[in-house]
Unconditional design. Sequence first.
Length: 385
Amino acid sequence: MSSRTFALRYIGKAALGVPRDLVKTAVAAVKPIRPTVLIYNCTFVCDARCQMCNNWKRGDRKAEMSFARLEQAMDHPFWHAIENLNISGGEPTTRNDLPDLVEMFVKRLPRLRKVGINTTGLTPHRAIPQLTRIVRHCAERNILFSARVSLDGIGEIHDQVRQVKRGFDKASETITAMSALADEVPQFQFGLAATIFATNMKDAKNLLTWARAKKLDIVFNMLRFTDAMLGNSELQEQIGLGSEEEEFMRRFYLERVQEESVFSGQTFMYLHYADMIANGYKRTMPCPFQSQGLLLNPNGELFYCENSKEIGNLAVEDPADVYFKAENIAYRSTFKDTICTNCLSPCQVNVGAMKQFVPYAKFLWRAYRVKRHPEQHRETLPNVP
Ligand SMILES: C[S@@+](CC[C@H](N)C(=O)[O-])C[C@H]1O[C@@H](n2cnc3c(N)ncnc32)[C@H](O)[C@@H]1O
Ligand code: SF4
Ligand code: SF4
């Protein structure tokens, strides 16, 4: 299905939940509420060895929480507020039970609206049947399902970033099959994700052209370093963006703002990224993980978000006890003034964005101005304390 139709469906579903969302957001400001967004890194085992991510180095199947233990832990009213689930890793399709996992979440999470999976697509004979089963299962239950294959360049550049022989050809096989399925199933949104840094910067525009020729949505991730999510803080010194790369990315994001609708989630994220590059990495984007999110890693480790310290372990503790523990809640209340100030995480940012009417209206006005006069971007930057 086209990303516009999917977006409309998503907005439609989100709109139905707006009164409840507003109440939740208001309540979250005064007392802790259960999480509504969950990221589950279901494995760190991987079929690539990417230059910008270290998860492939920490794959350990034996240390992972078993399916049975996870299902037992998810059988708890604590999880009943989850609306958005993102399954990542490592490479999710290396798990034989990936479709069973999704079906278990669908069964255990009564408020689930949307499931997302990121995949390398590098093992098409596993990825295609697994994703197809998930697409059908979610569609039958009217749950939106979104999948993205990561593509970091065309041809050899992709193989170089991912350090996989014939990686581009293999990923293309999955892309072709998923793209055909998305044309057929209205509840399924399919697209690509690219992470741009020095190795593949020169290929960013080729990627865009390639995706457009195939009518595929593509999102450009801002390079970031986070130990809980990517295990890669040690790579920052080696591959962090230099000033030339930063300026390229700022302009590249502004070009995307010019091309996209001001109402698209990507425009929201790209303008904020361009802002952060221009303002010395001061974050102005909202984030649902500040008050209603959780990150679960393969061995059961729980984090409030990708930059938090570990707050407990689902394999051995009750999730509600961990999440609501006074000491942990006090720790989370420090985030806004500490780890959030320079955070580049895009995770589920759109979940929070449209619920904050005044900041969102200000953003729309700025996006409109920047679209017309991108050269004046720096003059539109909001003041950040
Ligand atoms: C960690 S991967 C996990 C799923 C799967 N293995 C894949 O590569 O799609 C999820 C997404 O994070 C992106 N990513 C990897 N390293 C990154 C980095 N340093 N900064 C930003 N995004 C990154 C990947 O390109 C991918 O789109
Ligand atoms: S980005 Fe994805 S494929 Fe690459 S090493 Fe990280 S988890 Fe593996
Ligand atoms: S550190 Fe980043 S991911 Fe964590 S709550 Fe703050 S903004 Fe969100």
